[in-house]
Design a protein around this ligand. Structure first.
Ligand SMILES: [Zn+2]
Length: 310
């Protein structure tokens, strides 16, 4: 049903690509991160929350068809539908059904709650194409509350010491997750330029977020910054930390990821009741070996895309 090509994951029967890396006529976009949503497609099919994100990132002239979760589109006899992936706002798994066979492509996903992303829903399928960015048993996320509490404790201590707190977070997804967990009794939440612009777009699209003015040295501020401690911030005494799943092993910040961890990956594969797993990104070879030892049919699906949002 789906094959990997130079342009990306392709469904020949429907003549459609998922998150293509080069120009194609018809693209299905799982979500608005830049390594999945690229310029140059003639038509974009995506969740209706992803449309404004694509226009913000790729330009207002981009032609998008937005559909709801669970809504179907039939192309050349292939029934295509989107289902919640829980990764970021509008993120979707893509389900393909053709002649009784069902394949599901997860895109990026997580099972932890996210204030802006609708919760992941397992979809029964024959073949499950799953991301395995963090497909090692060592990657197990603490609950979101643990990360949020740790960030607030750190922010309060910095503010009491007269230091600006800089949280380095991806502008779409992580930045809002951090923001919505902040205890605004500690001080003001502020943003760098890219995060400020992203929040302006999200508010215009109808999403409710606390105010995040540009950082200009506000007393006791935390800066949510996609660029880290940039030149404006470095004029002030500050402390910075990142939020990422990689901090499990790198340990220079807080552990919070928008990707699935090892226990949730294994649970999800079971919940799809799939016969075959195709693993893509990250530790796919480890995941494939583990699944095969458990008697499941599993293979790697090699992709050319580099990760930027882990
Ligand atoms: Zn992503």
């Amino acid at each position: 049903m789906l094959v990997m090509t130079q342009r990306g994951l392709y469904c020949p029967a429907a003549d459609v690509y998922v998150d293509p890396v080069r120009s194609v006529d018809r693209a299905i976009i799982t979500h608005g991160h830049s390594d999945h949503a690229r310029r140059g497609m003639r038509a974009y099919l995506c969740h209706h929350h992803t449309g404004p994100i694509l226009r913000h990132r790729l330009g207002g002239s981009v032609q998008t068809q937005g559909i709801a979760y669970g809504e179907s589109v039939v192309i050349n006899g292939v029934t295509i539908s989107l289902h919640p992936a829980g990764h970021i706002l509008g993120s979707a798994q893509v389900r393909f059904e053709h002649r009784g066979e069902v394949w599901v492509v997860t895109g990026d996903y997580k099972r932890q709650p996210d204030p802006l992303a609708q919760a992941f829903e397992p979809v029964r399928c024959h073949t499950f194409i799953t991301e395995t960015t963090f497909g090692l048993p060592v990657y197990q996320w603490p609950s979101s509350d643990v990360a949020t509490t740790a960030i607030n404790t750190w922010w309060r201590a910095n503010a009491d010491a007269g230091l600006v707190s800089v949280i380095h977070a991806y502008s779409l997804g992580k930045a809002q997750r951090v923001l919505l967990g902040l205890d605004l009794g500690i001080g003001p939440a502020t943003a760098d330029g890219p995060v400020h612009d992203m929040h302006h777009m999200l508010r215009q699209a109808g999403h409710v977020l606390p105010p995040t003015p540009l950082f200009t040295g506000q007393h006791r501020a935390i800066v949510i910054s996609s660029t880290g401690a940039n030149s404006e911030i470095r004029r002030y005494r500050h402390r910075s930390a990142g939020v990422s799943g990689w901090n499990v092993t790198r340990g220079n910040g807080f552990v919070m990821s928008d990707h699935v961890d090892w226990p949730d990956l294994m649970r999800t594969i079971e919940e799809t009741s799939c016969e075959r797993v195709l693993a893509t990104h990250g530790f796919s070879s480890i995941v494939v070996r583990h699944l095969r030892e458990r008697g499941l049919q599993a293979d790697e699906l090699h992709d050319v895309v580099e990760r930027s949002d882990a």
